[in-house]
Structure formats: structure tokens, C-alpha cells
Design a protein around this ligand. Structure first.
Ligand SMILES: Cc1cc2nc3c(=O)[nH]c(=O)nc-3n(C[C@H](O)[C@H](O)[C@H](O)COP(=O)(O)OP(=O)(O)OC[C@H]3O[C@@H](n4cnc5c(N)ncnc54)[C@H](O)[C@@H]3O)c2cc1C
Length: 413
């Protein structure tokens, strides 16, 4: 497009930053609106999958994120008190070149934010979006802005611009904290490890690498918690909760020492919502504003990156009227598949069900080691089920990942 479109990107999260970067590099006039006065990352460490990494590779950011993150070969979980292994997914079962990269959210945020500051993107912080009407945006405390040729809704789970489909609050969320990585400690530096008691208790430890140069490696620690139990948890002495965590997973002692008060943990609430149509007149919805869910499958940030890439492709190839339908066509199949999988799998790990964890521990866990389950589970975790990269003409970054799968064994109870 010769003159470039006037594009408003709403939300400086992962999807918003990636789409602002891609669209600015195409020569469009991009304005990025964010409610925080100082744009900043909000949320726990997370896993970049081969899908999200392929997008970062296309953005020229792969090497720098790889320097900061922790390579993950395997997802491993066992049930308490039986000690039964109920989750053991290895990326290598899908492809020896695949693995995940666990990162601190600030590591990815800084890379993307610094990259857009080198482009001609107008950044408007401190602007809370209320509505988008006919290409114009309305804000809390500020005059409306626009008209824009295109509004990109990247406002996340509770997006004001996809309030027409509110979705469903999930019963369980999680407390999380970023803590010092215990070097030489009881956890594998190349695995996401979890422990479960039925589906109502779950703890997780994920090595997430460094936030930036000269920083020390960290771990993200998770504890599943029912949304109705949060207030009670805050009113309970922290040591009572620590006793509960130790009873489930004694090795976490070394991490619990770093949690000195309730405020060291943040509670994340989860929501499930999938828009039937991720676009409207002059607006497209990307990331969690299009497809929010629990992070059990570890795909949300990666899907936001894929959405941003698909949107940029639609903008580059289509006239204005066709941008939304083309974007939807590129993403809808993959999004529907993973939203369905997430709806199926979340209650297996986070719910009050008594039957599902029994099924998980006695039947699904043992069967998951039998062909073709390892490769299917690998594709589920890697996010490659449904071939989202091929649809976007993206190449996997295989061959440039110089990390060798770890031989360090995981200690089982
Ligand atoms: C505990 C936890 C663990 C997770 N683990 C993983 C994982 O391992 N792998 C993975 O891929 N995903 C994971 N996720 C999911 C992932 O974080 C999200 O899917 C991803 O951040 C979505 O990106 P987004 O850009 O759509 O939204 P967000 O990153 O939420 O960004 C939304 C932005 O919009 C801004 N905003 C919101 N409302 C307004 C408004 N009205 N006006 C202006 N600005 C506004 C916000 O401040 C924010 O900057 C996890 C999530 C949680 C909570």
C-alpha cells in the first residue's frame, strides 16, 4: 500500500507489540495505545513454543531471546501421594530439533518494546481504551482519537473492545512468583515440572532464564488456587500455606524460603472466551482478546504472536475490506483447535472433579507413553498441531538451536 494505513494498535502486550512492529515495518502509520503510564510487562514467566519462536525469528529477535531464556526439553508431572507419572511430554518425540524456551515476561517485553521504539510508531501511554466506534477510539479521561483505517484490538483477556463476547471465568487460577533459580538444586534446568493432588492442587516450577544482561537466572513458581479461596488464602498465615506446598512437593522448600509474604505471590485469574468472528468493520481482534483460556497448554503468548504475524500478512496482501476475512482464514482453524483442546484438558489439571484425575492417573498417564501419543502430545505442547506455521509460510527455527537435550534426570518422589 503506497501511502500506508492509519492503524491504531490497542494494548502494549505481546500481541500488540508484535503487530505494531510488523505493521510499522510495512510502512503503515501505527499508533500504540496502552493504559499504563509506563508500558510494562504484566504477568508470570512463560513458555515460547516452536510456533512463537518462528515468529520471533521472522522478526529478527530469535537470537536475542534465545540468549535470555531457558531451553525446555520436557514437561513432567506426577501425582501425589502415589508418585505416578501422569505427564511426561518430550519435544523430541515430535521432532529432535524442537524444544520450548521459557522466558521472563520482561525479557520478551523489552526486546519487542525496544524494537518498536526504533520504528516510527507513535506510543500513547496512559490511555485507557473504552470503545471503538467507526474507526474512532474513545478513552477514559482523554478526547477521542481517529479516524483509523484499522483498529487492532490487543487488549487481552478483559478487552473493552470484545466485551460483546464476555466468555466464562474459570474456577481455578494460580498464584505465581518469580524467584531465584536454585543452581544445582532439585529441579531440572530444562523441564517444566509439576506435582498434582487430584485436580484441586497443583504446583509447578519452570526455569525462566535471565531478564537481561548481567541478571541472575530465575524460576517461576505456580500454585493452583480456586478463585473463591483467594481471600481465605490471604487471611491464612503464610506458613500454613507453605506447609501445604511442602506436603505436596518437599523439594520446593528451597524456593519457599524466597517467599516472605503474601504479596510476593500474584494471583492470576483465568477466563475462557473465543470470538466466533475475530474481526468487524475496521477492527480485528488478536491474542487473548480473541481467544482467552487457561495457560495449561502454554499457548496464549505464542498464539498472540501467530495472530500478529497473520494480521500483518493480511494487511500486506489485501485491500481494506478483505483484511479481516483473510486474517480470520489464516488463524481460525488453529485457534478453534487449541481452544477446544484447552477446554478439554484444563479440568484434568485444575478442577474439583474427582473422576477426571483418576482417569488421568490410571489410564491417560500410562497410555501417554504408547505410540502415537508421545508425538501427538508433543504437537499439542509445541502448538504445531493444525500446521499453523505452514499456513503462514513461516519456517520453524530448527537447526539454529544449539542447545543439546539435557541428560539430567528428574527426581521423582
Ligand atoms: C500465570 C500465567 C501463565 C501463562 N503461561 C503461558 C505460557 O507458558 N505460554 C504462553 O504462550 N502463554 C502463557 N500465558 C498466556 C499469555 O500470557 C497470554 O496469552 C498473552 O499474554 C496474551 O497476549 P495479549 O497481547 O493478547 O494480551 P496481554 O499480554 O494481556 O496484553 C494486553 C495489554 O493491553 C493493555 N490493556 C488492557 N486493557 C486496556 C485498556 N482498556 N486500554 C488500554 N490498554 C489496555 C494491558 O495493560 C496490556 O499491556 C500465561 C498467562 C498467565 C496468566
Amino acid at each position: 500500500m503506497a501511502d500506508g494505513l492509519a492503524i491504531a494498535v490497542c494494548g502494549a502486550g505481546i500481541g500488540g507489540l508484535a503487530s505494531a512492529l510488523l505493521l510499522a515495518r510495512q510502512g503503515h502509520h501505527v499508533t500504540l495505545f496502552e493504559r499504563f503510564e509506563t508500558p510494562q510487562p504484566a504477568g508470570s514467566g512463560f513458555m515460547l513454543q516452536p510456533t512463537g519462536l518462528a515468529v520471533l525469528d521472522a522478526l529478527g529477535l530469535f537470537d536475542r531471546i534465545a540468549e535470555r531464556g531457558a531451553w525446555i526439553d520436557r514437561l513432567f508431572g506426577c501425582s501425589h501421594p502415589s508418585g505416578r507419572v501422569v505427564l511426561d511430554v518430550s519435544y523430541a518425540a515430535l521432532d529432535p530439533g524442537y524444544r520450548g524456551l521459557a522466558v521472563q515476561r520482561s525479557a520478551l517485553f523489552d526486546l519487542l518494546y525496544n524494537a518498536i521504539r526504533r520504528e516510527a510508531v507513535t506510543i500513547r501511554p496512559g490511555m485507557t481504551v473504552l470503545r471503538g466506534v467507526n474507526g474512532t477510539l474513545e478513552f477514559e479521561d482523554y478526547a477521542a482519537a481517529g479516524p483509523f483505517d484499522l483498529i487492532v484490538n490487543a487488549l487481552g483477556t478483559r478487552s473493552a473492545l470484545s466485551a460483546h463476547t464476555p466468555g466464562r471465568a474459570l474456577a481455578y487460577g494460580a498464584l505465581w512468583a518469580t524467584l531465584d533459580w536454585p543452581e544445582g538444586g532439585p529441579f531440572s534446568p530444562h523441564a517444566l515440572e509439576q506435582r498434582y493432588c487430584r485436580a484441586s492442587k497443583m504446583a509447578g516450577v519452570l526455569p525462566v532464564g535471565i531478564a537481561g544482561e548481567g541478571q541472575t537466572p530465575k524460576a517461576t513458581f505456580f500454585w493452583s488456587l480456586h478463585r473463591d479461596a483467594y481471600d481465605r488464602w490471604r487471611d491464612t498465615p503464610l506458613n500454613d500455606w507453605k506447609d501445604e506446598v511442602r506436603a505436596l512437593w518437599p523439594e520446593t522448600e528451597i524456593l519457599l524460603d524466597g517467599i516472605t509474604g503474601h504479596d510476593a505471590l500474584t494471583y492470576a485469574r483465568y477466563h475462557h472466551r473465543t470470538l466466533a468472528k475475530p474481526y468487524g468493520a475496521g477492527i480485528v481482534h488478536i491474542g487473548d482478546s480473541y481467544h482467552a483460556t487457561s495457560p495449561q497448554l502454554g499457548q496464549g503468548a505464542n498464539m498472540a504472536l501467530l495472530d500478529a504475524f497473520a494480521l500483518a500478512q493480511a494487511v500486506a496482501t489485501e485491500g481494506r475490506a478483505e483484511i479481516g476475512p483473510t486474517y480470520a482464514q489464516l488463524r481460525q482453524g488453529h485457534v478453534r483447535l487449541f481452544q477446544m483442546m484447552s477446554r478439554m484438558f484444563t479440568p484434568v489439571y485444575q478442577s474439583d472433579s474427582r473422576a477426571l484425575p483418576i482417569l488421568r492417573d490410571r489410564i491417560v498417564g500410562p497410555l501417554s507413553g504408547t505410540w502415537p501419543a508421545p508425538a501427538l502430545l508433543g504437537a499439542l505442547v509445541a502448538g504445531t498441531m493444525g500446521f499453523p506455521l505452514a499456513r503462514l509460510g513461516l519456517k520453524r527455527s530448527q537447526g539454529r538451536w544449539d542447545h543439546r537435550p539435557s541428560r539430567q534426570s528428574i527426581k521423582t518422589p
